[in-house]
Design a protein around this ligand. Structure first.
Ligand code: MG
Length: 419
């Protein structure tokens, strides 16, 4: 089997409401690139890349000189062709490689008529549990969905729990002052006393803010305390003050950093991302290293549609040491581009697909619909806040949003892009 073509199609899929975070916001939709790798046998493997537009599609097309004639089974050679670690100093192709690896695993599974988890040694669980991923939100274009006050946060959590069955809740913070977010987090713990909770301010807190916040939540049912402050050294200093496992998806995202963290421990739980780490297989390798050193692993979400979610499900299915609910933005989406509609949560978990390859197929009408929506709306800057047009993120942040103020993101640049 040989690859004959590779192409990318940018789509944008609406969210229920704009999601706020420490660096800005997801402006009411996700922009993703659907990657298709076609073989001489007529099979098409699916991959997915964060972001999109002309540059992403050109980058995908640019891989043709490496991929045409390549056998999708040759995954080890693929890695060196696309992201040789020294060549990567000049061409960071980690995430491109991930998208192509997903597609090649999909092709191998389709060629052999087995699911990807079977290629990875077989599944250890039938479904993968997920956390509710709680964001402070702007109201959507119809004026609904705002999450800013404690009452709104608790009502939103209760709604997600009722709809999808979550028993783990992750609060994405770093938006409002730490003392306000502490009150929100403590209210979550009080309102859902039997559920596990985790807090992630995207490294926006100073070490001292993080110490004060962390000491205040000791004793709650914390899974872990995720990237409260920036950097391995900041986290290591925090660790000497706070008795909660620390987690990261920002400063241990490759094997160099994983080795550094093991030599001089800063972080207890490593969040694996099938995109950031360069593929499903790299995540499995990292998970095995973590297992050897008794570090925890969890699964990170970088904002997925159904293709990437499938990679997370196959990863989650085969990791023996996955003891935490995985993260997904998925339930914030209004729709998906896979045939049959969105994956469904049952009791907070999603069943691992059992069809050949990744176990999903594209809904071509949906891809066309959301590619057209992208052409009409274009991109948006992830690191700008449509409700605060002149604001920009600092690390550590000292310029928090005002929890008393109901900003209107539609007043922002380009009308907020929140259509
Ligand atoms: Mg995080």
């Amino acid at each position: 089997m040989r690859i004959v073509d590779v192409r990318g199609t940018t789509v944008t899929v609406p969210l229920e409401a704009p999601l706020r975070h420490a660096n800005g916001a997801h402006w009411g939709r996700f922009v993703r690139t659907i990657v298709e790798v076609e073989t001489d046998e007529g099979l098409i493997g699916l991959g997915e890349l964060g972001g999109g537009g002309e540059s992403a599609e050109v980058a995908i097309r640019g891989l043709k000189t490496y991929l045409v004639g390549h056998d999708p089974f040759d995954l080890n050679a693929l890695q060196f062709k696309i992201m040789n670690p020294t060549a990567s100093l000049y061409n960071n192709r980690m995430q491109l490689h991930a998208a192509i690896e997903f597609a090649c695993l999909d092709l191998i599974g389709k060629a052999l008529n087995v699911p990807v988890y079977q290629l990875l040694g077989g599944k250890l669980r039938e479904s993968v549990p997920f956390a509710s991923y709680l964001f402070f939100r702007y109201a959507n274009a119809t004026g609904e969905g705002e999450v800013r006050t404690i009452d709104q946060l608790i009502a939103h959590t209760a709604d997600l729990k009722k709809r999808w069955g979550f028993s783990t809740h992750k609060l994405k913070g770093g938006v409002f002052p730490p003392d306000y977010e502490l009150s929100c987090y403590q209210a979550l713990a009080k309102s859902f006393p039997h559920d596990s909770i985790r807090y992630d301010p995207n490294a926006a807190l100073s070490v001292e803010d993080a110490i004060r916040f962390g000491q205040a939540i000791e004793g709650l049912r914390n899974d872990y305390y995720e990237d409260p402050t920036w950097g391995l050294n900041g986290l290591r200093r925090l660790k000497s003050f706070v008795r909660i496992p620390l987690a990261t998806n920002t400063v241990v995202v490759n094997f160099e950093q994983l080795a550094a963290n093991i030599r001089d421990l800063a972080v207890d739980v490593i969040l694996l991302d099938t995109t950031f780490w360069g593929g499903i297989r790299a995540c499995i390798k990292a998970a095995h290293i973590c297992d050897a050193f008794q570090l925890g692993v969890s699964v990170h979400s970088s904002g997925e549609l159904g293709i990437q979610l499938a990679t997370m499900l196959h990863l989650g299915a085969v990791l023996p040491n996955l003891t935490f609910a995985a993260d997904a933005h998925y339930h914030h989406l209004q729709d998906d581009i896979i045939a049959g509609g969105k994956f469904c949560y049952r009791n907070g978990a999603i069943a691992v697909p059992t069809g050949p390859g990744l176990g999903i197929t594209l809904d071509r009408d949906k891809v066309a619909e959301y590619a057209e929506l992208y052409r009409s709306l274009g991109n948006y800057p992830y690191d700008r806040d449509p409700g605060r047009p002149t604001w920009f993120a600092m690390v550590p942040n000292r310029n928090w949003a005002d929890p008393e103020k109901q900003e209107d993101p539609c007043d922002g640049p380009k009308g907020g892009g929140l259509e």
